[in-house]
Design a protein. Structure first.
Length: 250
């Protein structure tokens, strides 16, 4: 897409990939992250905290859309307060800044964990889909659920478009750690996540939407044979025209 996109968490795994891909596609990009800038990038970088309302309002003044990747990406023992403060209060603050700055398109990196049925918790049915009831148990799960509720409220109150992408375990390389049985062996390649972000930025949508993202097989050795994903990406396909391209089957 053209225009100007602000990417929070722009120095993280997903945010960094999004910034580079959008820049290569000709979009003006501003990365916002609490981590100090140490390496130059071909796009603008701003050091800032999503909980800082004035700073976020200022950085969003020229923006057409936000990709919100900033926050804590898993449960951190001893950091429960930070999980709520950054992921929930931080998202609410960013949305308030968006309202003030007039930004009406947001792609929020939520998670399958908003549903509370993987990692800790058990699915009510399989395959898990976007209509699965929310039963968050861990602080991280609760933070992702509550941030989605903030997004839903923003979309309704401001007649805006908010797409909450719900990646499963994001994989960059086939080697190394991956999702286990409690995660339903569900994973998605980082490149497919970035494709979904780009589609969500330009899709002809209004209102609040959610889209689970998963590869169409199971992680690693579990992907061999007739095994297909236990996560349905029907919303991603119908809303965004997205289907996964990459597999990491051993
Ligand atoms: N990686 C996965 O497997 C995965 C899966 C599903 C969902 N997600 C979600 O995607 C998002 C990004 O995940 P990631 O893997 O890129 O995480 P990451 O930890 O690599 O990146 C997060 C970035 O957010 C920044 N950040 C933290 N607090 C901030 C604040 N207060 N203000 C501004 N920036 C802040 C960090 O410095 C970091 O650069 C998260 O919301 C996560 O919940 C990730």
């Amino acid at each position: 897409m053209s225009g100007h996109v602000v990417v929070t968490g722009g120095r993280g795994t997903i945010g960094s990939a999004v910034c580079h891909q959008l820049h290569h596609a000709g979009t003006a990009v501003t990365s916002v992250d609490v981590v100090p800038v140490v390496t130059a990038t071909p796009f603008e970088q701003v050091v800032g905290d999503v909980r800082d309302l004035d700073a976020m309002t200022t950085v969003l003044k020229a923006a057409d859309a936000i990709v919100h990747c900033g926050g804590l990406a898993s449960d951190r023992p001893g950091r429960e307060y930070d999980t709520y403060d950054i992921n929930v209060a931080g998202t609410c603050t960013l949305l308030l800044a968006a309202a003030r700055a007039g930004v009406r398109r947001i792609v929020h990196l939520s998670s399958i964990n908003a549903l509370g049925c993987v990692g800790v918790g058990t699915p009510a049915y399989l395959p898990v889909d976007d209509d699965h009831p929310h039963t968050p148990i861990s602080p991280y799960q609760l933070s992702k659920h509550l941030a989605e509720e903030a997004c839903r409220q923003f979309a309704e109150r401001h007649d805006a478009t908010v797409v909450c992408l719900r990646p499963t375990y994001v994989i960059q390389q086939s080697a190394g750690a991956g999702p286990g049985a409690a995660d339903l062996f569900a994973y998605v390649d980082l490149r497919d996540v970035v494709r979904a972000v780009k589609s969500a930025l330009s899709a002809d949508l209004t209102g609040f939407h959610t889209a689970l993202l998963a590869a169409d097989d199971l992680w690693g050795e579990h992907g061999s044979g007739p095994h297909t994903s236990l996560v349905s990406c029907a919303n991603a396909q119908s809303l965004l025209g997205w289907t996964p391209r990459y597999r990491h089957t051993v």
